[in-house]
Every structure is written in structure tokens, then in C-alpha cells.
Design a protein around this ligand. Structure first.
Ligand code: 5GP
Length: 190
């Protein structure tokens, strides 16, 4: 049974919201906390939302081989630490990663048993309006993310599953079915 789930796709597509929904439905699912060199947004907590690292510390961890995958995204570094996965893989605890496309490719290479799901927006225009409406990033950051997104959308065919997040409830339902199949049981809670 697959136990490592990778949710990828462009920034603003709703990966985080979908994962929160999945975690309610499958309470045994645990979230891998990523490391990043970007600063915390309002309300984000170190060790909960991310491990917020200085660039030097991030480099040191790369050199020490501590990352399963890492990528540059819109001028910042992001990565999944081995320590987030090792124990869970060993004990068979299902774990979910929310990462961008370059990282998802690296996980696919390193862990062929991982289940990869690409979340796509209904259109680039819709993605733009979601990113702008989020109010966490300024206009320049939104533009940077949209430029990256154009490339990321071309990668959708590389992944085993593609879920279009048009209506959130429908997308969550499709994801739930994928996980139910892989975990071998129906969701525990709704
Ligand atoms: P944000 O700055 O909006 O939190 O994240 C920017 C992008 O980086 C999002 O697409 C997010 O999914 C991705 N990301 C978050 N953590 C990781 C990680 O550990 N590795 C990679 N490759 N991407 C990540």
C-alpha cells in the first residue's frame, strides 16, 4: 500500500485547503512540514507551517544530504527534510507532502512508490484571480508566481493523477477517492 502522497501543482491552486480537507477525512494522515528560506507570513508558525531557515542553514542541510528533495521557487528555497519522512515510512504512517513541481519530480525518482497528484486550476485566469485575492503576496510576487505557474501547468501530464480544482468540494471528493483506494479504506470522518 502506498503511504507517501505528494500533492503538487501551482501556487494558489488550493493544495493547502484540499490537504486540510483530506486530513479531516483521514485522521491517520500526517503532514510533512517543509523547510524554506522565505519569511513567515502573518500567522505562520515555525515548526508548524514551515521550518523557517536562513539561506546558510538551508545550504548546510543540502550539503549534509538532509533533503529528500529541494527546489528554488520564485527566488526562495523550499525542501522536504529526510527527518520528516524517515520514521513515518518505517512505521507505515501515511504522510502527505505539499510541494511544487520540481520537488515532486525528485520524490517520484527517489520514491517510486509515492502517489503523486497534480492539482490544476480551471484556467490561468482563475489562478490569477485566486493568487491576487489571497492578499498574502504583493503584486510583484503574484506575477512571479504566475510566471512559474505557466511552466508548471505543462507538467500535469507527468503525474499519475490530475485533479482540476474548479469546485472545491468536487476536487476534495476526487482526492478522497484516490486516497481511499490507496489506503484501502473509506474516509473515517466527513
Ligand atoms: P508558499 O511560499 O506559497 O508557501 O509556497 C510556494 C510553493 O512552494 C508552493 O507551490 C508550495 O507547495 C511549494 N513548497 C512548499 N514546501 C515545499 C517543499 O518542501 N519542497 C518543494 N519543492 N516545494 C515546496
Amino acid at each position: 500500500m502506498a503511504r507517501v502522497f505528494v500533492i503538487t501543482g501551482p501556487s494558489g491552486v488550493g493544495k493547502g485547503t484540499l490537504i486540510r480537507g483530506l486530513m479531516q477525512r483521514f485522521p491517520e494522515l500526517e503532514l510533512s512540514v517543509s523547510a524554506t528560506t522565505r519569511g513567515p507570513r502573518a500567522g505562520e508558525r515555525d515548526g508548524v507551517d514551515y521550518y523557517f531557515l536562513e539561506p546558510e542553514e538551508f545550504e548546510r542541510l543540502i550539503a549534509a544530504g538532509e533533503f529528500v528533495e529541494h527546489a528554488d521557487y520564485a527566488g526562495r528555497r523550499y525542501g522536504t527534510l529526510r527527518s520528516e519522512l524517515a520514521d513515518r515510512v518505517r512505521t507505515g504512517t501515511p504522510v502527505v507532502l505539499e510541494i511544487e513541481v520540481q520537488g515532486a519530480r525528485q520524490v517520484r525518482e527517489a520514491m517510486p512508490e509515492a502517489v503523486l497528484v497534480f492539482i490544476a486550476p480551471p484556467s490561468l485566469e482563475e489562478l490569477r484571480s485566486r493568487l491576487s485575492g489571497r492578499a498574502t503576496d504583493d503584486e510583484a510576487e503574484v506575477e512571479r508566481r504566475l510566471r512559474v505557474a505557466e511552466g508548471e501547468l505543462e507538467a500535469r501530464r507527468e503525474f499519475g493523477h490530475v485533479v482540476v480544482n474548479d469546485r472545491l468540494e468536487d476536487a476534495l471528493e476526487q482526492l478522497t477517492q484516490i486516497l481511499a483506494r490507496e489506503l484501502g479504506h473509506a474516509p473515517g470522518r466527513d
